[in-house]
Unconditional design. Sequence first.
Length: 189
Amino acid sequence: MNKKVYRLVETALFAALYVVLTMFVAPIATGPLQFRISEALMILPALTPTGVVALPLGVLLSNVLLNMGWIDIVFGTLATALAAIVTRYLAKRCKLLPEQGQIQSGKALWKKKSFYLLPLPAILFNAFIVGVYLPIFFPDPNMKDLPFYLAMILSILSLALSEALVVYVFGLPLMSGVYNIYKKQASRS
């Protein structure tokens, strides 16, 4: 298959997968305490460059379908785009990309300290971008009596915690599980 067509199909597939996984947990995918199982895919840019485009596209489509308003559509997508770019860069700098040939298997990833850094861009960008605007534009009724700065700190912390939970518990095993497929594919190209 033509490499450009393959990348286009892979991008569309990952974006669609992000949307489907988000819609699957729609009742808990938005708000001050979010649990988007689809955020496990935030590790994809460490496997393939298509993840850098697919993830922001998936977030954009999900936020439109969830009717989240222009703030979340724009800034949620921005947070994801920045996280995807930095994740790809971090994986490259740490020599974790399958095409770099430094790691022999998905199982070997668990022995690399740098592997555990890969979720940090998703956690930090989501916490400090989405976590900052949530209490402003989508205030939690349970926090209405709190001073604004405290509501913002709690928003940032809750988003960081939920993102960390999803990306570490589901994202890292996902990457480890499919790493060999991408390594084989890289060795054929």
